[in-house]
Design a protein around this ligand. Structure first.
Ligand SMILES: O=C1C[C@@](O)(C(=O)O)C[C@@H](O)[C@@H]1O
Length: 249
């Protein structure tokens, strides 16, 4: 009987599909799992910023345990996305958030924590240390819902992230035109071939669809698709992502 969540092991040039859980309550999360699990994603992301209350740690840990049991062999990424990077309003401050992340890491119920690169270094290091201590992975992430930073800026950010030595670096940007989308793919390919840190990248919104369907061919190690509800603009239903993967292979 497994008592710990599965390890999150992602590989370059392989299509791996993650589906987010965005339930507000334990009951809603359960209903989402009923819909998502038969669709067989490779990874689950629990977007806990959607929960009605994060302040009640006991309830949170109980929900985490029950998701872990239902997830079986699926790795679980635990994320509390901040409002300024596209998340929901939550009832705890940043310091308490880091404590919640540390407790979740210690619980053994999740496979990875996602934490935003824009947070201060001390907090980022605190989250990374918790991941290391409890043998789970750490994803450092950056989201821009307004625009796509320049090519140089995206490369600079990913290189800086890599210096912090997370297990994965993530970049989600909003393209304004096709050139932005091509630049995101170009940066993905360049960083994949030049840095050790595996990266997860996507261009959001309707223009970015190609990055969600074929980003793995440029080196992005994970794509986010809709299982039950979408967690970001432009996500594509999981069955369609799988069909395109088959066509491209
Ligand atoms: O970072 C990401 C990527 C994402 O924003 C997307 O665009 O698919 C969806 C989020 O749930 C996840 O945490």
């Amino acid at each position: 009987m497994t008592t710990k969540a599965q390890s999150l092991d992602l590989h370059k040039y392989t299509s791996t599909v993650c589906t987010a859980l965005v339930g507000k309550t334990a009951e809603e999360l359960d209903r989402e799992l009923d819909i998502i699990l038969p669709k067989e994603p490779d990874v689950l992301e629990w977007r806990a910023d959607h929960l009605e209350t994060l302040a009640d740690t006991g309830r949170l840990l109980k929900a985490a345990d029950s998701i872990r049991k239902r997830a079986g062999k699926l790795p679980i990424i635990f994320t509390i996305r901040s409002v300024h990077e596209g998340g929901e309003t939550i009832d705890i401050d940043e310091e308490a958030k880091v404590e919640v992340l540390q407790q979740i890491a210690a619980s053994g119920s999740v496979s990875a924590l996602d934490y935003e690169w824009s947070n201060n270094r001390e907090r980022v290091t605190g989250v990374q240390n918790a991941c290391r201590k409890h043998g789970i992975k750490c994803i450092l992430s950056y989201h821009n819902f307004q625009e796509t930073p320049s090519r140089e800026e995206m490369i600079r950010m990913l290189k800086e992230m890599a210096e912090q030595k997370p297990d994965y670096g993530k970049l989600a940007v909003m393209p304004q035109n096709n050139t932005d989308v091509l630049q995101l793919l170009d940066v993905t390919e360049e960083i994949t071939s030049s840095l050790e840190m595996p990266i997860i990248t996507m261009a959001m919104g309707p223009l970015g669809g190609i990055t969600r369907l074929a980003g793995w061919q440029y080196g992005s190690v994970l794509t986010f698709a809709v299982g039950s509800s979408s967690s970001a603009p432009g996500q594509i239903p999981i069955d369609l992502v799988r069909r395109v993967e088959q066509a491209l292979k």
